[in-house]
Design a protein around this ligand. Structure first.
Ligand SMILES: NC(=O)c1ccc[n+]([C@@H]2O[C@H](COP(=O)([O-])OP(=O)(O)OC[C@H]3O[C@@H](n4cnc5c(N)ncnc54)[C@H](O)[C@@H]3O)[C@@H](O)[C@H]2O)c1
Ligand SMILES: O=c1ccn([C@@H]2O[C@H](COP(=O)(O)OP(=O)(O)O[C@H]3O[C@H](CO)[C@@H](O)[C@H](O)[C@H]3O)[C@@H](O)[C@H]2O)c(=O)[nH]1
Length: 465
C-alpha cells in the first residue's frame, strides 16, 4: 500500500492554506508543503506573528502555530516541493473566464493547466495528483492528457477530491466534515491504490463511513451540484422575501415553517441581500456553460435562474434605498456596515456589498464603509475591479473607517450588509442620536430587531419583512 510521506499543495489560498494546515495537524508524520507563486502570500503564511497569516478563519492561527515548522511548510519553491512529493494537491484558483470562448461563464483553467505542465516537467518519480480546486466535469481527462504525454515515463494517478468547506467555518468543516469525497479510477488496481492512499490520510480523523469514493466524473460533478443546490435554496428563499414584503408575511417565519419539514430541513434558508463568495456564482455559471455545451438548454436555463434571482435581490435592495430616500441619494451619506461576503471572514469576493455600493455610487451617493476584518485597499480594489464608476470618483466618494459609530455619524441611512455579530451589540441609541433625521436603517441580513430599532426612532426596512 502506498504510504504518503510528502504532500505538496499548489495554491496557498483560502482552500490550500486551511486544508493543508488541518492535514498537517492531524497527520504529524506526513510532511506538508504548501507552495504558491504569490511571494507576498507565502511571506504572510510564514510571518513569525501567527495572527498575520493571510487568511482569517476562526481557529486557524492556532493550528498553524502548532504545525508550522514541524511538518507544515510554506514556500515559493514550487519545483522543489513537486519533486519531493508523493501526492500533489492542486488548489489553485479557477475563476470565471473573462475572455474568449465561454467568457463570463466557463471556468478559466489556465492556472490548472500551468500546474499540470510544471508537474510534468519536474516529476521524476510516480505521483498521485489530487484535484482540490473546483473543476468542470471531465477536467481529470485533460490533466491526464498533459501529464501522460511528456515521455519521461512517470506514472500518474489522478484523483478528484473537491473541498466543501465554507469560509468562516473552514476549520470546523475540515475537522468534522459531513463527508469527504474521493473520485478515482476505481476500475484499476493502481487507481484503487491511489484512492486508498488518500482515504488513509483522511481516515486519521474522519470516520470511514463519511469518506465516499466514486468515479472521477461523479466526484467532479458532485461539487458543482452541491454548490448549485445550496445557492438555489438561498435564491428560493430570497424570491419569497420579495413576496413577503408585498403581502405582510415574514420570510423568517415562512423559512421556519418550511424548514421544519424534515424533507426540506432548516439550513440555508436565511433570506439576505444576496449570496456572495467566490464559489456560488462561478460554479453555477460553469454548470450552465457545461449544460449549454452539451445542448441541454433547459437544464442551463433552470440553473441560470438562480443567478438571475440573486442579481435581482442585490439590485432591488439598493434600489429600495434610493426610493425610500425620496428617490435620490445624490450627495447623501450612506453608511455600509459589513463588506465581507459573510461574517467571520475577510474574503470579499462577489460580496453583495460591492454591488450595492456600486449602485449607490452611480446614484451619486457618498459612501462610508466599516468592516471589522476588511482592509480599506480591498474595498477600493473591489469597486475599481467592477469598473462601473471611475476610479477617481470611487476614491473621492468612498471612505473606509475604523468603527461602525464613525461610519454612521451624520449619515442619512445605514445599510447592514454582513451579519457580523458585533453589529447586533452596537450602541444603536448613540448611533441614532448622531445621524441625520429621519434616520433610515436597511437590514440586508435580518440581523436586527425591528421593534427595538423603531422604538429608538429609526425608519426600519428589513429583507422579507
Ligand atoms: N474559497 C472557498 O471557500 C472554496 C471552497 C471550496 C472550493 N474552492 C475552490 O478551490 C480553488 C481555490 O480557491 P481559493 O479560494 O483557495 O483560491 P485563492 O485565489 O485564494 O488561492 C489560489 C492560489 O493559487 C495560487 N496559484 C495560481 N496558480 C499557481 C501556480 N501555477 N503555481 C503556484 N500557485 C498558483 C494563487 O497565487 C493563489 O494564491 C478554486 O477552484 C475554488 O473554486 C474554494
Ligand atoms: O441561508 C443562507 C446561507 C448563505 N447565504 C449567503 O450565501 C453566501 C455563501 O455562503 P456559504 O455557503 O456559507 O459560504 P461559502 O464559503 O461561499 O461556501 C460555499 O461555497 C464553498 C466553495 O465552493 C463550498 O465549499 C461550501 O460548501 C459552500 O457552502 C454568503 O454570502 C452567505 O451570506 C445566505 O444568504 N443565506
Amino acid at each position: 500500500m502506498t504510504q504518503i510521506k510528502n504532500i505538496c499543495c499548489i495554491g496557498a489560498g483560502y482552500v490550500g492554506g486551511p486544508t493543508m494546515a488541518v492535514i498537517a495537524q492531524k497527520c504529524p508524520k506526513v510532511n506538508v508543503t504548501v507552495v504558491d507563486i504569490n511571494e507576498k502570500r507565502i511571506a504572510a503564511w510564514n510571518d513569525p506573528n501567527v495572527e498575520s497569516i493571510p487568511i482569517y478563519e476562526p481557529g486557524l492561527s492556532e493550528i498553524v502555530k502548532e504545525a508550522r515548522g514541524r511538518n507544515l511548510f510554506f514556500s515559493t519553491d514550487v519545483n522543489a516541493a513537486i519533486d519531493k512529493a508523493d501526492m500533489i494537491f492542486i488548489s489553485v484558483n479557477t475563476p470565471t473566464k473573462t475572455y474568449g470562448i465561454g467568457k463570463g461563464m466557463a471556468a478559466d483553467l489556465k492556472w490548472i493547466e500551468l500546474c499540470a505542465r510544471q508537474i510534468a516537467e519536474v516529476a521524476k518519480n510516480d505521483k498521485i495528483i489530487v484535484e482540490k480546486s473546483t473543476l468542470p466535469v471531465r477536467t481529470a481527462a485533460a490533466l491526464k492528457d498533459i501529464l501522460d504525454n511528456t515521455g519521461n515515463g512517470v506514472k500518474y494517478q489522478i484523483l478528484s477530491n473537491p473541498e466543501f468547506l465554507a469560509e468562516g467555518t473552514a476549520v470546523e468543516d475540515l475537522q468534522n466534515p459531513d463527508r469527504v469525497l474521493i473520485g478515482g479510477d476505481i476500475d484499476t488496481p493502481e487507481g484503487k491504490e491511489a484512492m486508498d492512499a488518500l482515504v488513509n490520510i483522511y481516515a486519521t480523523w474522519v470516520p470511514k463511513e463519511n469518506i465516499l469514493t466514486t468515479n472521477v466524473w461523479s466526484s467532479e460533478l458532485s461539487k458543482l451540484t452541491a454548490n448549485a443546490f445550496l445557492a438555489q435554496r438561498v435564491s428560493s428563499i430570497n424570491a419569497m422575501s420579495e413576496l413577503c414584503e408585498k403581502t405582510g408575511a415574514d420570510v423568517n417565519e415562512v423559512a421556519k415553517a418550511v424548514g421544519m419539514d424534515s424533507r426540506v430541513g432548516p439550513k440555508f434558508l436565511k433570506a439576505s441581500v444576496g449570496f456572495g463568495g467566490s464559489c456560488f456564482q462561478k460554479d453555477i455559471l460553469n454548470l450552465v456553460y457545461i449544460a449549454k455545451t452539451f445542448g441541454l438548454d433547459e437544464v442551463a436555463d433552470y440553473w441560470e435562474q438562480v443567478i438571475i434571482m440573486n442579481d435581482h435581490q442585490k439590485r432591488r435592495f439598493a434600489a429600495n434605498i434610493v426610493k425610500t430616500l425620496y428617490n435620490t441619494v445624490s450627495g447623501k451619506k450612506i453608511a455600509i456596515l459589513g463588506w465581507a461576503f459573510k461574517k467571520d471572514t475577510n474574503d470579499t469576493r462577489e460580496s453583495a456589498a460591492i454591488y450595492v455600493t456600486d449602485y449607490l455610487l452611480s446614484e451619486q451617493a457618498e459612501v462610508v464603509v466599516y468592516d471589522p476584518k476588511v482592509k480599506p485597499e480591498q474595498v477600493y480594489a473591489d469597486l475599481e475591479y467592477l469598473g462601473n464608476n471611475n476610479n477617481k470618483e470611487i476614491r473621492e466618494r468612498v471612505k473606509v473607517v475604523q468603527s461602525a459609530e464613525e461610519a454612521c455619524k451624520d449619515a442619512h441611512a445605514i445599510a447592514v450588509l454582513t451579519e457580523w455579530d458585533e453589529f447586533r451589540e452596537l450602541n444603536w441609541h448613540f448611533i441614532y442620536e448622531n445621524m441625520l433625521k429621519p434616520a433610515f436603517l436597511f437590514d440586508g441580513r435580518r440581523l436586527l430587531n425591528r421593534k427595538e430599532k423603531e422604538n429608538l426612532g429609526f425608519e426600519f426596512y428589513a429583507i422579507g419583512n
